[in-house]
Design a protein around this ligand. Structure first.
Ligand code: AP5
Ligand code: MG
Length: 209
């Protein structure tokens, strides 16, 4: 199963993907997570993209497409994948279509108010990237990851200016992909407003899993 997770920042794409990989046994490929790992490791890619990401803007298409093309060529992605946060522009979607045929595009439906609430309380594990929320999905021990014990931090792009910028960028550049994929007959809408367990249930029903 080759899936794309589409939706505004903070919709819960990463959270649901972490659960869905257990169900489907396919890799979760998040371009944002790959960029953040590169930033943490101070690789040339990380140095190039850090300011862009912190400001809530998009990394250029050429860099992002090359990264995904290479990642999808890996052995573990041949039986399927969950692409989280890619494509984000029409140019990226056209490029993806040229090197991989997607089965379904899951559109996370959620209003801006809920997104802002989710992003402003998010905490992320420095070590494994797992997502938590100070109210909705609390870790068992404050400040520590349940899965690996890593330290939890607030992403630099979860400051309010960057959140606003990300929402604007989403509306202008990414939201047109909803119609793009609907016209291709690939789009599946999932109501992302309820609690995590219910969103998983909505996802299972929508994909008949
Ligand atoms: P990326 O990492 O993809 O960020 P994003 O799209 O802005 O999405 P988020 O990770 O913020 O949100 P999410 O939907 O995964 O929500 P989460 O599960 O964490 O990209 C970061 C940056 O990288 C971009 O801005 C861009 O600069 C660059 N980039 C990445 N891909 C690119 C591309 N293709 N092209 C160009 N540039 C690119 O959930 C959010 C919070 O809500 C968490 O705290 C979680 O615990 C909580 N939560 C989740 N679900 C629920 C629920 N059902 N109920 C209550 N709380 C919930
Ligand atoms: Mg994410």
């Amino acid at each position: 199963m080759k899936l794309v997770f589409l939706g505004p920042p903070g919709a819960g794409k990463g959270t649901l993907a972490a659960k869905a990989v257990e169900l489907l046994q396919i890799p979760h490929i998040s371009t944002g997570a790959i960029f953040r790992a590169a930033i943490a490791a101070r690789t040339p890619l990380g140095i190039k993209v850090k300011e862009i990401i912190d400001a809530g803007k998009l990394v250029d298409d050429e860099t992002t497409i090359a990264l995904v093309r290479e990642r999808l060529a890996a052995e573990d992605a041949q039986k399927g994948y969950i692409l989280d946060g890619f494509p984000r522009t029409i140019a990226q979607a056209d490029a993806l279509d040229s090197f991989s045929k997607v089965d379904r595009v899951v559109n996370f439906d959620i209003p801006d108010g809920a997104v802002i609430e989710r992003l402003s309380g998010r905490r992320v594990c420095k070590n494994c990237g797992a997502n938590y929320h100070i109210l909705f999905t609390k870790p068992k021990t404050e400040g520590r990851c349940d899965l690996c014990g890593g330290e939890l931090y607030t992403r630099d792009d979860d400051q309010s200016d960057a959140i606003q910028r990300r929402l604007e960028v989403y509306r202008a550049q990414t939201a047109p992909l909803i119609e793009y994929y609907r016209r291709k007959g690939l789009l599946v809408d999932v109501d992302a407003r309820p609690a995590v367990d219910q969103v998983i249930e909505n996802f299972r029903k929508a994909l008949k899993l």
